[in-house]
Design a protein around this ligand. Structure first.
Ligand code: G6P
Length: 614
C-alpha cells in the first residue's frame, strides 16, 4: 500500500530513489513521484501516472540533480490514479513537499477547516491535507518544521509513514510513522529512508526500525535524532540486516513469481533448518518451548490473517485440531477486529502475515493482546510490525517475496504451522512419539517432492493453453485440500483476472453445480488420501453434467485418470502435508494462464502486496 523512499548524502539522489521505488513497486504501482531539493533553493516535484518506468521516462529530459530527495509509488485510496493525486504533495506555498503511506481518516474535517482559512487543494488525496496542515501550524505558531509536524500529527486520526522536505533546507529530511512501516538505513555519511529494507540493502546493512508515533530528524553527516510525537527523546538499537541483493533480483526468470515458485524446495529447507533435528526425533520451535505452559493450557486457538495467509490458517486449523486436540477458529482479521469478539485470557492467538504489516491483522493483534491472550506471530519480514507486536513467534525465513501473488511465503507458513502442531502435540502427548518421528521424516522429504512436481512445469504450461480463454473456473478439494482449492482459485483471480471459486467438493451440489457445463473448467484435487473415494464421486457428478475436469492426482493413479479430462500427477505424501504439494501445480497453472493472457504477473492490476490500509 504505497512505498516511500528517501535519501540524504553525497551521491546523486535521483538514481538511488528510482531504484528504491522499483524495489518497492510491489506495494503499489498506479503512479509515482519524486522531490529533490538542491542548493539552488529549489524544491522540485516530478510525478507521473503509471509505473515507476513512466516516471523515469517523464524525468529523462529534466535536470533532477541534488543529493537529498524523497520519492513515492502509490496504491490509490483517496482519489483516482492521476498526476495530480500522485505524491509528493506540495503545501500551499510550495515550501514543503510530503510523501505518505497510510490513510488520514479525519481528512475531510481538516480539509474543510483549511479551505475556510483560504487554502487551495490541487488533489483529491488525504495526504495533501496533512502537508497543508503542517504548513498552517508552522506559520501560525512560528515553530520549526519538526514541531509543526509533531503538532499536526497530534491532530491526525489514521495511519502514516511520512517524509517531508523543506525548500531551502538541503541538510535534513523529517520522517514519522504510525501503523505504517518506516526503516532508516545508516550508511557512511549518508542515510536512507524506506518502507522496508529492500531499497536500502545494497548500500548498508545497518538499519533502525522506527516505532509508532515516532519522528526522526535525518540530517546530513549526523546520526538520526529520534523523538516521539510528544517530544520525548528516544534511542534505538541499530539492527544488522541479513538480506542480500540477489534475493531482490529475478535471477534469470521472466517473473519474480516463477522464481519464487521454483525457490520453494530451498525456502522450505531454510524454513525447517535448525528446527527439525537430523534424526527427526524432535522439532524445536523456541517460540513455543519458551512459553510451553501457555500452549499446554490453551483453551482454544484463534488464527487471524488475510488473503493467502488466511488460507494457510485454514490448513492450520486441520493440523492443530487433529494433532493437538485444541479447538481452532480461523478469522479474517478485518472481521475479528470490529466484531467485539470473545477472547479468553487462556486463548492462543496466532497471527499469520507474510509482510507483517497488514493493517487489519496488526489491529486484530493489538485487540487480542489488550484482552490478555497470548499472541504468536508467523511472519516473513524480519522486524515487521506484527513480528514486533506479538508475545512470541516464528519467522518463515523464505527471504523477500516480491511477486504480489504469494507463493513461497504460503508454503513456508504451512511448514511453520505443521512444525508448531507437531511441537505442541509432542509436549501435550496427543500423538505417539513414533508417529511424530514418522511425520517429521516425511516433512523433511517435502522439498524433494516439490522439486519433482516442478519438473511438470512444461506439461502444466501446455495444459494452461487449453484454458487461457475460459471465463470462469471452479476449484474443488476436501479435508486438508479444501483450503488449497480456495488458494488455487485466489491465485488464478489475482493474476489472470479470470473469475474463479474454490469450494469444498461436497458442497458443490448445494449451488455451484448449477454452473457446470461444457464451458466450465473444474480443477479437482483428488490425491489418494483420506477423502479419495468421496472426491471421485464429486468428479463423477461433474462429468455427468459435461464439465471439464483437470485433476491433481497421486502418481500411479488409475481411477481418476480414467474419468478426468486432464491430470497432473504429484508424489504421494501424508494427508496432512498434501497441501504443500497440491498447491504447487495450482500456482504454476495460474502463472501460465496469466502469462498466456499477457497479464502483468508480478504486479496485477489493483492489487498490492503489503496492505497497510484497512
Ligand atoms: C495482499 C496480498 C496477498 C496476501 C494478503 C495478506 O492481499 O496481495 O498476497 O496474502 O495481502 O498479506 P500478509 O502480508 O498479511 O500475509
Amino acid at each position: 500500500m504505497c512505498g516511500i523512499v528517501g535519501y540524504i548524502g553525497e551521491q546523486d539522489a535521483y538514481p538511488i530513489l528510482i531504484k528504491g521505488l522499483h524495489r518497492l513497486e510491489y506495494r503499489g504501482y498506479d503512479s509515482a513521484g519524486i522531490a529533490v531539493a538542491n542548493s539552488g533553493d529549489e524544491l522540485k516535484i516530478y510525478k507521473a501516472k503509471g509505473r515507476v518506468d513512466d516516471l523515469e521516462e517523464f524525468c529523462r529530459s529534466k535536470d533532477i540533480s541534488g543529493n537529498i530527495g524523497i520519492a513515492h509509488t502509490r496504491w490509490a485510496t483517496h482519489g483516482e490514479p492521476s498526476n495530480a493525486n500522485a505524491h509528493p504533495h506540495y503545501s500551499e506555498s510550495e515550501n514543503l513537499a510530503l510523501i505518505h503511506n497510510g490513510i488520514i481518516e479525519n481528512y475531510a474535517v481538516l480539509k474543510q477547516q483549511l479551505i475556510n482559512k483560504g487554502f487551495h487543494f490541487r488533489s483529491n488525496t488525504d495526504t495533501e491535507v496533512l502537508v497543508q496542515l503542517i504548513e498552517y501550524i508552522k506559520d501560525l505558531n512560528k515553530v520549526d518544521l519538526c514541531t509543526a509536524i509533531q503538532l499536526a500529527l497530534s491532530e491526525i486520526v489514521g495511519a502514516y509513514a511520512i517524509a517531508v522536505l523543506e525548500k531551502g533546507v538541503t541538510d535534513r529530511i523529517i520522517v514519522a510513522r504510525k501503523s505504517s512501516p518506516l526503516v532508516l538505513g545508516i550508511g557512511d555519511n549518508e542515510y536512507f529512508i524506506a518502507s522496508d529494507a529492500s531499497p536500502i540493502v545494497e548500500y548498508t546493512n545497518k538499519v533502525i526500525y522506527l516505532e509508532d508515533e515516532e519522528i526522526a530528524i535525518v540530517s546530513r553527516n549526523e546520526p538520526p535524532r529520534i523523538l516521539t510525537i510528544k517530544n520525548v527523546e528516544k534511542s534505538h538499537e541499530i539492527i544488522e540486516l541479513e538480506m542480500n541483493i540477489s534475493q531482490l533480483e529475478k535471477g534469470g526468470y521472466p517473473h519474480f513469481m516463477l522464481k519464487e515458485i521454483f525457490e520453494q524446495p530451498q525456502t522450505l529447507r531454510d524454513c525447517m533448518r535448525g528446527r527439525i533435528d537430523i534424526s527427526c526425533q524432535h522439532v524445536v520451535l523456541s517460540g513455543i518451548i519458551d512459553h510451553k505452559e501457555r500452549f499446554l493450557d490453551a483453551r482454544r486457538i484463534i488464527i487471524l490473517a488475510c488473503g493467502t495467509s488466511w488460507h494457510a490458517g485454514l490448513v492450520g486449523k486441520y493440523l492443530f485440531e487433529s494433532f493437538c486436540r485444541i479447538p481452532v477458529e480461523v478469522e479474517y482479521s478485518s472481521e475479528f477486529r470490529y466484531r467485539n469478539p470473545v477472547i479468553y485470557p487462556d486463548d492462543i492467538i496466532i497471527a499469520i502475515s507474510q509482510s507483517g504489516e497488514t493493517a487489519d491483522t496488526l489491529a486484530a493483534v493489538e485487540l487480542a493482546r489488550k484482552s490478555g491472550a497470548f499472541v504468536y506471530g508467523i511472519c516473513n519480514v524480519v522486524g515487521s510490525s506484527i513480528a514486533r507486536n506479538t508475545d512470541s513467534g516464528s519467522y518463515t525465513h523464505v527471504g523477500p517475496e516480491i511477486g504480489v501473488a504469494s507463493t513461497k511465503a504460503f508454503t513456508a507458513q504451512l511448514v511453520v504451522l505443521s512444525m508448531m502442531a507437531l511441537c505442541i502435540a509432542r509436549e501435550k502427548k496427543t500423538i505417539p512419539d513414533e508417529r511424530i518421528k514418522a511425520l517429521l521424516k516425511e516433512l523433511n522429504r517435502i522439498p524433494d517432492k516439490i522439486e519433482k512436481i516442478l519438473q511438470s512445469n512444461e506439461l502444466i504450461s501446455d495444459l494452461s493453453k487449453i484454458f487461457t480463454y475460459a471465463h470462469n473456473f471452479i476449484y474443488l478439494g476436501r479435508g486438508f485440500n479444501y483450503p488449497i482449492a480456495l488458494e488455487g482459485a485466489l491465485k488464478l483471480k489475482e493474476i489472470s483476472y479470470i473469475h474463479a471459486e474454490g469450494y469444498p467438493a461436497a458442497e458443490m451440489k448445494h449451488g455451484p453445480i448449477a454452473l457446470i457445463d461444457t464451458e466450465m473448467p473444474v480443477v479437482a484435487i483428488a490425491t489418494d488420501n483420506g477423502m479419495y473415494e468421496k472426491v471421485i464421486s464429486n468428479i463423477q457428478e461433474i462429468k455427468a453434467r459435461n464439465g471439464r475436469v483437470i485433476a491433481v492426482v497421486s502418481e500411479n493413479d488409475t481411477v481418476v485418470k480414467s474419468i478426468a479430462d486432464y491430470v497432473i500427477e504429484i508424489p504421494a505424501t501424508e494427508d496432512c502435508f498434501d497441501p504443500l504439494l497440491t498447491t504447487i501445480p495450482l500456482q504454476l497453472l495460474s502463472y501460465h494462464i496469466a502469462v498466456n493472457k499477457r497479464r502483468d504477473v508480478d504486479m496485477p492490476r489493483n492489487l498490492a502486496k503489503s496492505v497497510t490500509v484497512e
